[in-house]
Design a protein around this ligand. Structure first.
Ligand code: PGA
Length: 252
């Protein structure tokens, strides 16, 4: 199984020109990458500048989607629409969506189902805040986030969906304070245990588990080589082509 290296551009860059330059530099630099699947998640407003169907070495992901297929829902973009234009992945449950847009576990569940039904691959983000960690609630929070996200999704459906779970401790996102490798490995095992309790042991081995939170080229490799995880979700560092390519190359 290849590593999954995802660049989440969030609401950046502001101009089309910068977006094109960034994308082209990453695409050129990632030409001979063998061990990783590279995914870029740009804002919706940039989707049409990439000719998805002709991109060979880079896959495209969305940062969000809506759970209904179509209808009178001003401002929303459905999973089915994303599939139709050649998008392959969708991030769901990112902590910034939970915090700024009041996304609950119930909403995450509806979106996850829609993503799977549209035959897109979900990147389900889970993780605790600093306060929850300090209060010893990490395990409970992860259990709740995961079990509610996958509620009423059958085991075969989950296994065949290509779902990836991203452990993204909120305290590590955009802070320059990444989770250490040992802790990331421990949380990865906990997430696999939670999935095996919901489904079964084989299911717990069937998905990719990645880490996100202040990943840079200097710390990236350890999450894969030492902590044994299957990839990385990169925010800030994915906006700098050299840095992002450094991350990708460090795990080759
Ligand atoms: P960061 O963001 O790499 O800037 O910490 C990670 C994320 O939000 O996925």
């Amino acid at each position: 199984m290849k590593n999954l290296i995802i660049g989440n551009w969030k609401c950046n860059p502001t101009t089309l020109k910068e977006s094109r330059q960034l994308f082209d530099s990453v695409r050129k630099g990632a030409k001979n990458i063998k061990k990783s699947e590279v995914v870029i998640c740009p804002p919706y407003a940039r989707f049409l500048i990439f000719n998805f169907k002709f991109l060979k070495n880079i896959k495209i992901g969305a940062q969000n989607c809506f759970w209904e297929e179509c209808g009178a829902y001003t401002g929303e973009v459905s999973a089915a629409m994303l599939k139709d234009i050649g998008c392959e992945y969708v991030i769901v449950g990112h902590s910034e969506r939970r915090k700024y847009f009041n996304e609950t576990n119930e909403i995450v569940n509806k979106k996850l189902k829609a993503i799977i039904d549209a035959k897109l691959k979900p990147i389900l983000c889970v993780g605790e805040t600093q306060e929850q960690r300090n209060n010893g609630e990490t395990e409970k929070v992860l259990e709740e986030q995961i079990s509610e996200a996958v509620k009423n999704i059958s085991s075969p459906k989950f296994c065949e969906s290509g779902t990836c779970i991203a452990y993204e401790p909120v305290w590590a996102i955009g802070t320059g304070n990444p989770c250490d490798y040992e802790e990331a490995q421990k949380m990865g095992l906990l997430i696999r245990k939670i999935i095996s309790e919901i489904y079964n042991r084989p299911a717990s081995q069937r998905f990719r588990l990645i880490y996100g939170g202040s990943v840079k080229s200097e710390n990236a490799a350890g999450y894969i080589k030492e902590a044994g995880l299957n990839g990385l979700l990169v925010g800030g560092a994915s906006l700098d082509a050299k840095e992002f390519l450094g991350i990708i190359k460090s795990v080759e």
